[in-house]
Design a protein around this ligand. Structure first.
Ligand code: IPE
Ligand code: IPE
Ligand code: MG
Length: 246
């Protein structure tokens, strides 16, 4: 039986988040420049979006660039920014035709102005699309997200828009960059690293974590199906006992 036939259509996660890692090692193993690895990785993003369409996954968040990634060599950072801009130009028509809504989370104001402009246009043009929510974490850091929320809550408290006793989970979540996006049920990280690397620290509280040695540019549709099947065999207890769930 092929992998796709083993997927339970009744238990599809609403939100899958991916730490797309291993582009550099992929390039090295093919005796290519790191940027070729990122270019090859862009093809995997396209495949992942297709899988979400096939399976009816409503939210896909990809970690494309972390706050810490600004510390990489300038040539790599510039290459990544250009790749992003070019990928948007190349893929936008198809994305829009497929009713995909693009969202960005992260410190957008740190990005090169031309990329910021491009992103604002695609966010606005796709805002009424209702098939897949494709969320790109760009210049993102989980700690930034939380601290930014705290700052805005503090401002709203001192301006008397809210009072401290109103602060609970549901209010706090409204101040995060992922406002109105459900928490990911599944987090996938490729390339064998088993860490969160400052991704969605608050939102991953109860996500199922799936690690694979496959490098991101090699991550195929079959690999994605395998991760979903693995997720579907987990028992999500949320602190309760197994018996309570049945
Ligand atoms: C992930 O691949 C892409 C980004 C972080 C932008 P890497 O570039 O981290 O690849 P490795 O970890 O060096 O193999
Ligand atoms: C995490 O990968 C960030 C992205 C995938 C965009 P890194 O390769 O930057 O993470 P570390 O340095 O191995 O933790
Ligand atoms: Mg890496």
């Amino acid at each position: 039986m092929s992998y796709i036939d083993q997927i339970n259509k009744e238990k599809i996660p609403a939100h899958v988040a991916i730490i797309m890692d291993g582009n550099g090692r992929w390039a090295k193993s093919h005796a290519k420049m790191r940027l070729s690895g990122h270019q090859e990785g862009a093809k995997s993003v396209k495949r992942a979006i297709e899988v979400c369409g096939e399976l009816g996954i409503k939210y896909l968040t990809v970690y494309a660039f972390s706050t810490e990634n600004w510390n990489r060599p300038h040539t790599e950072v510039n290459g990544l920014m250009n790749l992003l801009a070019n990928s948007i130009d190349k893929e936008f028509d198809e994305i829009h035709r497929n009713k995909i809504r693009i969202r960005i989370i992260g410190q957008i104001d740190k990005l090169p102005p031309n990329l910021q402009k491009k992103l604002k246009v695609v966010i606005d043009k796709t805002k009424d699309n209702d098939a897949l929510n494709f969320i790109i974490a760009l210049s993102y850091s989980g700690r930034w997200d939380i601290i930014n929320a705290v700052k805005n809550i503090a401002t709203d408290c001192s301006d008397n828009r809210i009072s401290p006793d109103m602060i609970d989970d549901s209010l706090f979540e409204k101040y995060l960059s992922t406002n109105e996006i459900p928490d990911p049920e599944l987090l996938i990280r490729t390339s064998g690293e088993e860490r969160i690397s400052n991704f969605l620290l608050y939102q991953l509280a109860y996500s199922e974590l799936y690690f694979t040695d496959t490098l991101w540019p090699d991550f195929s549709k079959e690999d994605f199906y395998k991760a979903i099947i693995n997720y579907q065999h987990r028992e999500r207890r949320f602190g309760q006992t197994s018996e309570q769930l049945t």
